[in-house]
Design a protein around this ligand. Structure first.
Ligand SMILES: [Zn+2]
Length: 114
């Protein structure tokens, strides 16, 4: 099968999202996805199976259809609005702490302090 088949839409990443270029829909899509999944099935002695671990070996988004206009092949990847390189920012140098003991000198509420 041709992986670059027309209509194929890539999955959004951390910095991209889907958008329908026909109607502008950014939020609702019907996604047809084909996946090959390995499951770790734990079967109880009573015979009740439960999947304890799932490993996706292969995943192909075959079609993304816009829920609003029903467009197929109109959904494209666009950058997210808040897409910015995640900078590992160190915390602020001066951490504001609850003031020293003098704040409670009067024993009353601090509402009138300016
Ligand atoms: Zn649409």
């Amino acid at each position: 099968m041709d992986p670059t088949a027309p209509g194929g839409t890539e999955r959004p990443s951390a910095s991209t999202r889907w958008r329908c270029r026909q109607c502008g829909n950014l939020t609702r899509f019907d996604v047809l996805r084909r996946a090959r999944v390995q499951e770790y099935v734990h079967q109880s002695l009573a015979g009740e199976p439960s999947v304890e671990e799932t490993t996706v070996l292969e995943e192909v988004v075959e079609q993304v259809r816009c829920r609003w206009c029903g467009g197929v092949g109109t959904v494209e990847l666009v950058p997210r609005p808040d897409a910015e390189p995640t900078v590992d920012r160190p915390g602020p140098a001066s951490v504001r702490t609850a003031g020293p003991a003098d704040a409670t000198a009067g024993g009353g509420p601090e509402a009138e302090q300016l």
